[in-house]
Design a protein around this ligand. Structure first.
Ligand SMILES: NC(=O)c1ccc[n+]([C@@H]2O[C@H](COP(=O)([O-])OP(=O)(O)OC[C@H]3O[C@@H](n4cnc5c(N)ncnc54)[C@H](O)[C@@H]3O)[C@@H](O)[C@H]2O)c1
Length: 308
């Protein structure tokens, strides 16, 4: 049975709509009455993340690669695009380096071309690595493709002329539908705690953990604004991964914390400039870590029997 919702008149294309950020964004946009077309090749995203949306009359999933001709064919009336189609987890970028770089380059150009041809506003996901710190963007090995893909998307978006573009830099986003096994730190910690395993974290590693609902509020505010940014999307406070893990273990009631010595060659943590984001968008993160972690653990308990 399809549920009717009052329509805002917006038609928003969410590339990567079956992914972690994209699936939550699609849900929020539909809830306020936007029409949403998700475009996703289901390479890292999962159909299960959006399965309860497919019955909604204003939602369409188009299974396609954003960088291929025809992905956007027939989308005549578009008001906004949220461009999130790029593997987001470190493991996925290592497994699929060419796909990742193609999505970040050709995919971003195709999404910008679509925005330009339809007069739509486009919001492009970058990442904290794009602040230009050479110690990060120049890292060899696993981190290089991930850092380069976010930088590529941001640079292409910044220099594409004749389009209303906004750039967002989400920091360490956590929440339901971030699957354990894909190498992201928050999901790795939560899964290990629930499995009563050792949770290993690096000493003095500090991150800006931001709950998915806060992140979605910021993405929606960015779609609705006219600012280019870039805007940082970070959590209410910088916490060490040890504090994050300690809270997860306490809430799960299981798991053991092991703190490994700091790796001095690892990328240095960035701090989000949330005063600037507030000045540009009127947004600040508001969900406390304990609440976000409780919701994340509740969801993860339900899926831990799935294959990783
Ligand atoms: N989650 C975070 O903490 C975070 C932080 C910084 C930046 N970002 C950026 O935000 C974006 C989304 O991240 P996420 O965490 O949702 O990642 P994700 O991997 O969960 O989702 C990406 C989605 O895009 C789809 N996709 C990938 N390549 C595609 C292509 N060529 N065509 C169509 N669909 C494609 C995948 O199937 C998946 O559904 C990425 O660009 C990521 O780098 C995320």
């Amino acid at each position: 049975m399809k549920e009717e919702s009052p329509h805002t008149g917006n038609h928003i294309v969410v590339t990567g709509g079956a992914g972690f950020l994209g699936s939550h964004l699609c849900r929020a946009l539909l809830a306020r009455g936007d029409r949403v077309t998700a475009i996703d090749n289901l390479s890292t995203g999962r159909r299960v993340a959006i399965e309860n949306l497919t019955a909604q009359p204003h939602f369409t999933l188009r299974t396609a690669d954003v960088s291929t001709p025809g992905a956007f064919a027939d989308l005549a009336t578009i008001t906004h695009i949220a461009h999130l189609a790029c593997p987001g987890s470190p493991k996925a970028t290592v497994r699929r380096p060419t796909d990742t770089l193609r999505a970040a380059s050709a995919g971003t150009l195709a999404a910008l071309d679509l925005a330009a041809s339809r007069g739509a506003r486009i919001v492009v996901a970058s990442g904290p690595e794009s602040n230009g710190d050479p110690r990060n963007t120049g890292q060899a090995g696993d981190f290089q493709v991930h850092a380069l893909s976010t930088l590529l998307a941001e640079v292409i978006a910044r220099h594409y002329s004749g389009v209303d573009v906004g750039i967002v830099r989400p920091f360490e986003v956590y929440g339901p539908h971030q699957w354990p096994g894909d190498g992201r730190i928050a999901a790795t910690i939560c899964a290990a705690a629930l499995r009563d395993q050792t949770v290993q974290v690096i000493d003095s590693d500090v991150r800006s953990f931001v709950y998915i609902a806060d992140t979605v509020d910021a993405l929606v505010a960015m779609l609705d604004s006219t600012t280019t940014g870039p805007v940082d999307i970070g959590g209410p406070a910088a916490v060490t991964t040890a504090e994050f893990a300690h809270t997860a273990i306490a809430l799960a009631g299981s798991g053991w914390l092991e703190i490994a010595p700091a790796d001095l060659s690892a990328p240095t943590a960035h701090s989000p400039d949330l005063d600037r984001t507030h000045a540009l968008l009127g947004w600040r993160p508001s969900r406390p870590l304990g609440d976000g972690l409780r919701y994340t653990l509740d969801w993860m308990r339900t899926i831990l029997s799935y294959p990783p």
